[in-house]
Ligand binder design. Structure first.
Ligand SMILES: NCc1[nH]cc(CCC(=O)O)c1CC(=O)O
Length: 305
């Protein structure tokens, strides 16, 4: 019998293609046959529209999950930070591979750090999380909305549309654009999005063959860290629209999670952290979420609706 070809669904952006190629290469190395299938998502088709206006949560992932459920593809590779925390019946997150650099990066042709930005500098970012944390640090900054893929954003920066911008360091590194990173922003200044820098690979829950193929790509420490971050996010019901940052690390089977949630203008900031066994990642995520709710997180989440 001919060996089954695993059809791997991905978005068409350069970064998505890199992630799909990386996953396909790992699977091929261990003897699987993989075919990459490109899928256009609502998020990609609407480069100019405000993300919130076209339904926010799941914009980049829904169509690929649909293709998985329709049996058009067998595997789906996502940037885990774009994947909603609500489970999709019939699908399972089969692998969270080794995580790339988690921090956000400052990209600028003039400044080497956030502290070094001149008063009133224009900073490009479409993310409320980045915006609120920047304003908390530097209320003088002028935040400019910027959308599009990494290349488009870099072109706008180089054209002088703004003095600096903030992107995930992981995306730049994967695209070979490391030299554009002026500063890896320290976590005390900016906490990343839950799941940032990690990939999530899904398959149909009843597809044992695909699940087994993906198992060797899973890294327990990476899985535990993103599980803690995502459980916290789900617990405060933040979705992708609230200014919520989180970062979990695993050290000697001990998991440390820190999280914060901010008001839009950055003047209010709630923070919580917890530590425990790596195997208790979900419990640690819930503890931190509960602590944020006790401090009044609901009001900051509702502010965005
Ligand atoms: N929301 C878009 C998105 N999804 C994943 C990444 C970067 C790679 C990653 O975090 O894994 C980016 C771009 C960015 O935020 O700069």
């Amino acid at each position: 019998m001919a060996k089954r070809v695993l059809r791997l669904g991905t978005r068409g952006s350069k970064l998505a293609r890199w992630q799909a190629d990386w996953t396909a290469a790992r699977l091929t190395e261990i003897g699987h046959l993989v075919e990459i299938v490109e899928i256009t998502t609502t998020g990609d088709a609407n480069q100019s529209t405000d993300l919130g206006a076209i339904g926010g949560v799941g914009l980049f992932t829904k169509e690929i999950q649909r293709a998985l459920l329709d049996d058009t593809v067998d595997l789906a590779v996502h940037s885990l930070k774009d994947l909603p925390t609500t489970p999709v019946p019939g699908l399972t997150l089969a692998a969270v591979p080794e995580r790339e650099v988690v921090a956000d990066a400052l990209v600028s042709n003039t400044a080497r750090s956030i502290d070094e930005l001149p008063a009133g500098a224009r900073v490009g970012t479409g993310s409320l999380r980045r915006r609120s944390q920047l304003l908390k640090l530097r209320p003088d900054l002028q935040l400019c909305d910027v959308r599009g893929n990494v290349d488009t954003r870099l072109r706008k920066l180089d054209a002088g549309d703004f003095d600096a911008m903030v992107l995930a360091a992981a995306g730049l590194t994967r695209l070979g654009l490391d030299e554009r990173i002026a500063q890896q922003i320290p976590f005390d200044q900016m906490l990343p999005a839950p799941g940032q820098g990690a990939l999530g690979i899904e398959c149909r829950a009843d597809d044992g063959e695909a699940f087994s193929a993906l198992a060797p790509l899973n890294v327990a420490e990476a899985r535990a860290a993103v599980t803690a971050e995502r459980t916290m996010l789900a617990h405060v019901e933040g979705g992708c629209l609230a200014a919520i940052g989180a970062h979990a690390t695993v050290d000697d089977d001990q998991l440390h999670l820190v999280a914060r949630i901010l008001s839009a203008d950055g003047t209010e900031c709630l923070a919580a952290k917890s530590t425990g066994a790596m195997d208790d990642a979900e419990m640690i995520g819930r503890q931190v979420g509960t602590e944020l709710l006790a401090q009044g997180a609901k009001r900051l989440v509702e502010e965005r609706r």
